[in-house]
Design a protein around this ligand. Sequence first.
Ligand SMILES: Cc1cc2nc3c(=O)[nH]c(=O)nc-3n(C[C@H](O)[C@H](O)[C@H](O)COP(=O)(O)O)c2cc1C
Ligand SMILES: CC(C)CC(=O)C(=O)O
Length: 409
Amino acid sequence: MDRLVSAVPDLGQSTNAAAFRAQAKASPALLRLKNMTCIEDLRQAARRRVPKPFFDYVEAGAYSEQTLRANSADLGRITFRQRVLVDVSQRDTGTTILGEKASLPIALAPIGIGGMQWADGEILACRAAQAAGVPYTLATMSICSIEDVAQAVEKPFWFQLYVMKDRGFVRSLVERAAAARCSALVLTVDLQVLGQRHVDVKNGLSVPPSLNARNLLALATKPAWAWRMLTAKRWTFGNLAGHVKGEQGVKELADWVSHQFDPTLNWNDVEWIRSIWPGKLIIKGILDVDDARTASNAGATAIVVSNHGGRQLDGAPSTISVLPKIVEAVGSETEVLFDGGVRSGQDVMRALALGARGCLVGRAYIYGLGAGGEAGVATAIEILRKELSVTMALTGTRSIDEVGERVLN
Ligand SMILES: Cc1cc2nc3c(=O)[nH]c(=O)nc-3n(C[C@H](O)[C@H](O)[C@H](O)COP(=O)(O)O)c2cc1C
Ligand SMILES: CC(C)CC(=O)C(=O)O
């Protein structure tokens, strides 16, 4: 299995289908994934390869999962206007996000515990993103630390910040992100209190995994996964090591969040973060027009219209349903990014058509990671790229600048 990973560190720029096919021929890992033609295929493969508690953790939404379902369902209701007899032989999926070139209008979203999907998962995902020319966001609650990732990749990445009660620790995280040359800070503001995901409680999700009979069985049935984890020797939250007393072996996730995360977080704290991080600041977790205006006034470079992938406020509206009014309110001053339910290039096109500058993709790439490590993430990005490119062609669109309401029915 390790051969599978080491075979693909130099994927190169997989920004077009021919290059990707050539790489796939040379790489056993990509070859194994060649029959994965859509994100759902990667999801099924991840289900087979990742121990149940960690696969379930990715899938889960909060409570009744109404908002989780609404994200995808509302995206799926948006239909395109088919246009014909337009010369679409030359199409460009490239754009800029926060002023930086991106080969696609996407960024990889912060995903806590990513390194439990595949050993060293955050390093591998970041490498795949950089090879494909899209931004990668490392989560505060990652398994690989900021320094682990910075040492293993060539270009800057984004760092996602959770604000904890210990502000000294928060400041040190920000300083570490700056020292690692992170190019943007993504401040997540929608998870000061955890929305319950029933399945995590039932599975007794903890990091590192608790060694009871049931969990041992779940791990033992995925020996390739377990072998990679044993070899990588990273089992717990890398960024927290040595900083948060007595929390090396975190027990129940929800308990831990309620002990550590600060529910007093408010707009004054955003001012404080702004003062200690002079660089690009993205505020993630905005779903309301008034909040979007306040974020824009607080000096955010960008906001992410997000309900945390349906994992927090169950009963909140889908992100696509609120996107247009938020774009209308702040889009001329602040870049508006979007996430929630994006599982295809068509979904990326839908969000762009309604005014998003780009999409953060969460589960879509995490399924790839669980399915095949770095090669799996590269495959996920490539699937999105191809789908977006074909959707552009069939709507008579040659560049991302041309995407707008004109492509929608
Ligand atoms: C397994 C998982 C873990 C996540 N962890 C974080 C996190 O640590 N920080 C954060 O800001 N958002 C986190 N999110 C939310 C994502 O960044 C993103 O908002 C969401 O996944 C988008 O929805 P999608 O998965 O439908 O694409 C997580 C989402 C998932 C599915
Ligand atoms: C470790 C968690 C707090 C990460 C997260 O944001 C999530 O699971 O949605």
